[in-house]
Design a protein around this ligand. Sequence first.
Ligand code: AMP
Length: 672
Amino acid sequence: MSFVTVQFSSSPDLQSGCEFVVTIVAICGLAAAAVTRSQGIIRFERIVSLNRSYWMSHSFGRKRSWRFLLEALLAPSEKMRVFNIESVIDEFETVTKSAGHHQRETLRKILEQNGKAEYLKNLGLGGRTDPESYKARVPLVTHGDLEPYIQRISDGDSSPILTGKPITSISLSSGTTQGKQKYLPFNEELVQSTMQIFQTSYAFRNRFSNNILAASFREYPIGDGKALQFIYGSKQVKTNGGLTATTATTNVYRSEQFKRTMNDIQSQCTSPDEVIFGSDYRQSLYCHLLCGLIYSDEVQFIFSTFAHSLVHSFRTFEQVWEEICTDIREGVLSSRITVPSIREAVSKILVPNPSLADSIYQKCVGLSNWYGVIPELWPNAKYVYGVMTGSMEPYLKKLRHYAGNLPLMSADYGSSEGWIGANVNPSLPPELATFAVLPNIGYFEFIPLEKLGMQELESSLTSIHYKEAEPVDLTEVEVGKEYEVVITNFAGLYRYRLGDIVRVTGFHNCTPELQFMRRRSLILSINIDKNTEKDLQLSVEAAAKLLAEEKIEVVDFTSHVDTSTEPGHYVIFWELSSVSNDEILHSCCNCLDLSFADAGYVGSRKVSAIGPLELRIVRKGTFDMVLHYYVGLGAALSQFKAPRCVSQSNSKVLQILCMNVTSCYFSTAYEN
Ligand code: AMP
């Protein structure tokens, strides 16, 4: 006998213990079964010939009917879960109510699973799994400390080095936050926690809320349909020892679990796999847009991992939309798509559809400067989704422009090292987004950080920017304070300093809600000045306002410390949406200089220990060349974060920028 367990996401009329007749309308026949309900689970018994995908409709006396797509190969006795929003929320509530207990338990599991690993054995844990012994014996580390171990793993040493079970895949970080890609161990547990995070935030986006009239409604419900997802698999390379190394997102997209979860949470990508894993990201992007339009009525939301990729996609759409219309009108894929696997897969779903092409054409010509293109072309989309915090904030303005009246929702907080928290308050605007830590996906500690006073600042090393206290546990953090996140995970990272700074904004039950503040590392420092990525972002935002009157945007930006001059000075590179005049750009340059409010910078500028800031304008398309360079190295387009500072050693990127400079301006802001 085969049976399938279905958990209903909405079944208000069902009563525990009731029996119902269920009719299964299958592609190849009909089947009927009696069902009973106990604790929200309905068990269908005596189901025959369930071995493909079926649409199923069933009615329950009171003329209520649902349709479910059961999509899986159902072997005898195999169970299939249909996603249940309320049970995911219940589970999250339970776990977060006893966050402290779950942290201890998670640490115990991690240490038990990996007790045999050389790294832990050498530290003398001797089988102990309690947090106190762990913290007493295991040091805080950075990636650099673990590099020799990870190197041995990638060179093919399969002994238990960092984990009990050998690591078989390596994740590559995007490499844009620190200038070079980091190798990190990857395993099945990281896939599981990714799915848990995706399901949790999805459940909260779809949960029932009460409005002031006490009516129950779903905040951001999505129905049966698809998601236009700008996602990309990146190059897979083999390490010296034969392990597969690719970006963390690619590792996830390639996992079996990913597809299943996407089905569960109604987020099936409009594009076929061949597009996601295509070998040319520009062709993949074109086809994502095309497939998204073919299924435009079904699209429920628009997604990419990071907001940069969303903006990049719609900037590209501005260039290629007419060609896409022609493809849809004629049912023939553009000759620009040359990768055979992509061509074949997309050609299968592309049929001549002149009326769709006309409608897209009319809508596009009717838009004013592409404002609101997303809801116009995807009328059933409920929101735009992706990481919009931290280094993605500069793209929000443009994204809002494309999204028109559609809400922007910031996606969860994680890294190639592992996930940290889910956005369980989806209605907060991206600037205020918070992430509730999941206490059972890793063991988390937080290093309290306090800004240094002026005197301490002057005598400190340039890389140390804060006074640090002893790390505290997840449940010990305090609201309003800033911390650096420390992760212990199931994939061999123990007390690993992530380099991210977060602020605690509150608690969800007993687990903290974090706001992402910035990367910890300084990006601009010459003398006693200390400026982070956030400081640069604020300066650029202030100066970009001067361009707003002319309707010119800063498309992207980065910085560089130029010490080839005496004294050294900051260089800011800007790519603009169109040409501006010298006078305005000179004012922008002064504004950038004055907007670095850090006392060390202001003091150094006043006494000319740091030279006048230089603004260099680069040709349109320069940042696309930078992106192209990183993708060539193995970064995924959807995971790309423009480097906010380019060091002298990053000579290739510096060369791309410098070769494309069209004009430069020196600040006169500190001249008397
Ligand atoms: P990667 O190196 O590509 O794995 O990127 C991971 C980094 O991206 C994290 O350490 C954060 O600095 C940043 N990041 C990830 N998620 C978010 C988020 N929701 N908000 C802000 N920054 C994020």
